[in-house]
Ligand binder design. Structure first.
Ligand code: SF4
Ligand code: SF4
Length: 185
């Protein structure tokens, strides 16, 4: 029988990170058997520094720093193709989103633009029922402190009517508030 104490060179996985991610995401990550189906279906895999099956593997191996600092979790566009394809029903997209939250909380995020845009986007939808593009873009630009970078293109789009100055809000905003309230519980 294999005994760790008789094999000092053998490194046992630290399961703390795996358990933490499973608890936070509600996913049975340890069920992954590295079939690569998630990676094979991902539309942005060529832009990732670590592929989706690799992120899952690193979680299982307890490679906390590698996972939290990965650019791949920010490259992910949350299309959920990987989650649908996983034969073990692991919602990989949700795991990625969970990693983002932990990375932001611990200030280890490789980049935060996606997170900033997500917050602004949802805030706009919560208030109007749909995205008010010009407001969201301006808020994003102010956060990034590069207000004039795409000004020419933005003015062109406004003049051609591709973006409206005023929001087109939905009628029943009370119902909208209720939906957001339920989602944040
Ligand atoms: S599809 Fe599921 S089981 Fe296959 S490698 Fe990805 S996470 Fe693991
Ligand atoms: S949810 Fe993210 S990781 Fe999964 S297939 Fe889509 S882009 Fe790739």
């Amino acid at each position: 029988m294999f005994k760790y104490e008789e094999n000092p060179g053998y490194r046992m996985n630290d399961l703390t990170f795996l358990k933490e991610m499973e608890a936070l995401s509600g996913q049975n990550i340890s069920a992954c058997y590295q079939c690569y189906r998630c990676t094979a279906g991902c539309p942005v895999v060529t832009q990732m520094d670590i592929f989706p099956h690799g992120i899952i593997r690193y979680i299982i191996l307890g490679e906390r720093e590698k996972v939290l600092k990965a650019k791949a979790i920010w490259t992910c566009v949350q299309c959920i193709t990987c989650s649908v394809r996983c034969p073990n029903d692991i919602d990989i997209a949700h795991v990625f989103d969970t990693i983002r939250k932990v990375a932001i909380k611990e200030q280890k995020a490789a980049e935060t633009d996606t997170w900033t845009f997500d917050k602004i986007f949802l805030d706009s939808v919560a208030r109007h029922g749909r995205l008010h593009e010009i407001e969201a873009i301006l808020r994003f630009k102010v956060e990034k402190k590069n207000l004039f970078e795409d000004a020419k293109m933005g003015i062109g789009m406004l003049l051609k009517g591709r973006m409206g100055i005023f929001p087109h809000s939905v009628r029943d905003r009370e119902q909208l508030k209720e939906i957001f309230k339920k989602c944040s519980q």
